[in-house]
Write a protein that binds this ligand. Structure first.
Ligand code: ADP
Ligand code: ASP
Ligand code: MG
Length: 476
């Protein structure tokens, strides 16, 4: 008997057919005598709709947020009508859906009156997607004879108050999961828990950031000492690149925690970048599998790094970013410019995705998401106001419409020539490389190019991930 935490993403719970497959997967595990903790996302598209409803409310568009509420209610009712029998269980869950949608309307009404939506209220509004899907799926499983119960994850996951991307308080969270969830599982309950959402110590709803249900899955898997965490999604596993960018993408049977960390940080949406953190020291088996192809094994993710038989394992991209350059002839003499620049970026509330410094020390550049660029520029220029006045540092230069491309593969460490090969491929395709950085783990290289060259760069580099390495002897 194993304890398995399973997380199902938005597409996996996005239609009656998909939910029906989800319940088959859960029942399949239970019939093998496993215990299962189920974490669910909102039905696909619902979180986006809820964000829009909050914006509508703040902008005074009452019809907008009410019609979102109605659409969401209809969509969940349709699932209930198709997948449960008429009777008490169905009536009860329909009433829950109606009550939650009414609460959504009330919150939006409050926002409408205030004319603005704070990050805290926004988190409470976007929580409804997961709160609805968890209740509906639990009811369907009950209808099928499973002793399942829906839970809001705020009962267990406690976070700080960084609304929109809150950080778990590990001690409290682990204690809640152990003391309040595990005994229920021991009593035969199959919990269906909301992904994405959590709560502060004083009871305010928070969220873990977009795509954060994967992270929720990992938090529950780690705190419950699950034997396995399965991320059920809509593709066959972690692939050599985003299949939407290049149809030739192939599934990777195995990838290390470190490699998936780089891939996820640099844009591979298949796994939230924080997912591996909670389980990295726990020996939890982590798999990414396809809800729509459940007999396929998917990708196994583990601690050990295994070289691939291709030059690089995977290619990933981040679009809509800007490159900021701080330069100036006086910079060599002024200590701490980089540190002050990065602190200024943090004050602007922006994460730095990549940093690159030229060896001359006369300039360095870094990448932030495009929406942040002008805020960061202003904050740095006010931090360095004196240096700019003395002309030790020039005004901060912003280059928009660029993208980051990252190639990942543990085999790159100690294999000379891979970086050379990557960049000469860019050169021969007339793609200008604007800045370069190597990941500190040496299992990735990232670089910045013009966004217009992105598609070409990916398909060229993807060849390296598809192409088997030719042994040196054979090549000669
Ligand atoms: P879920 O709703 O299940 O969380 P997401 O949409 O968040 O699913 O993530 C799955 C999607 O990630 C896939 O449909 C695919 O388009 C995208 N993706 C991006 N890069 C990769 C990659 N390297 N391997 C697999 N999928 C990827
Ligand atoms: N529903 C949330 C989102 O769309 C969380 C998730 O799906 O992981 O971002
Ligand atoms: Mg996701």
């Amino acid at each position: 008997m194993a304890l398995i935490t399973m997380k199902f993403g938005g597409t996996s719970v996005g239609s009656p057919e998909a939910i029906s497959t989800v319940t088959e997967i859960v029942r399949g595990s239970l019939s093998r005598n496993d215990q299962v903790i189920v974490i669910v996302s909102a039905m696909s598209g619902v979180t986006d709709q809820l964000i829009r409803s909050a914006q509508d409310a703040a902008g005074g568009n009452k019809w907008g947020y009410l019609s979102v509420g109605q659409k969401i209610r209809d969509r969940h009712d349709e699932v209930i009508n198709l997948l449960t029998q008429p009777g008490k269980n169905r009536d009860a869950v329909k009433a829950e859906v109606a009550a939650l949608v009414a609460q959504h309307g009330e919150l939006c009404q409050a926002v409408n009156v205030l004319g603005e939506v704070t990050p805290r209220i926004l988190d409470s509004i976007i929580a409804f997607g997961e709160r609805l899907s968890a209740r509906v799926i639990a009811a369907i499983l009950r209808d099928q004879g499973v002793n399942s119960r829906a839970y809001d994850a705020g009962e267990f996951i406690i976070t700080d108050d960084q609304y929109g991307s809150a950080n778990p308080l590990w001690k409290e969270t682990e204690a809640n999961i152990r003391k309040q969830l595990l005994p229920q599982i021991a009593n035969g309950v199959t919990p269906i828990i909301t992904g994405f959402i959590a709560q502060t110590l004083d009871g305010h709803g928070t969220t873990l950031g977009r795509g954060g249900s994967d992270y929720s899955g990992a938090i529950f898997a780690a705190a419950s000492d699950s034997d396995e965490l399965i991320i059920w999604t809509d593709v066959d596993g972690v692939m050599t690149t985003d299949p939407r960018l290049d149809k030739r993408a192939r599934v990777l049977p195995y990838i290390s925690y470190q490699e998936i960390g780089e891939l996820a940080f640099y844009g591979a949406k298949v796994l939230h970048p924080k997912t591996v953190q909670p389980i990295i020291d726990k020996n939890t088996v982590l798999r990414v599998r396809n809800t729509f192809n459940p007999s396929f094994e998917g990708t196994l993710i583990g601690a050990e790094s295994r070289p691939a038989d291709t030059v690089v394992k995977a290619v990933t991209t981040v679009k809509n970013v800007s490159l900021l350059t701080v330069s100036g002839r006086g910079m060599i003499g002024v200590p701490g410019i980089a540190g002050r620049t990065f602190l200024a970026s943090a004050r602007a509330g922006c994460n730095i995705l990549m940093i690159s410094q030229a060896s001359s020390e006369q300039s360095f550049c870094f990448v932030v998401v495009a929406d942040c660029a002008s805020r960061v520029k202003d904050e740095i220029e006010s931090e360095l106001v004196e240096e700019i006045a003395h002309q030790d540092v020039d005004a901060v230069d912003v280059l928009d419409q660029v993208a980051i491309v990252t190639v990942v593969g543990a085999g790159m460490r100690g294999t000379p020539g891979i970086a050379g090969r990557v960049f000469s491929m860019m050169g021969s395709n007339r793609i200008n490389v604007i800045a370069i950085a190597q990941g500190s783990s040496e299992c990735s290289i990232s670089f910045v190019i013009d966004q217009a060259d992105l598609q070409r760069a990916v398909s060229t580099l993807h060849d390296l991930a598809l192409e088997a390495v030719v042994p040196v002897a054979a090549a000669n």
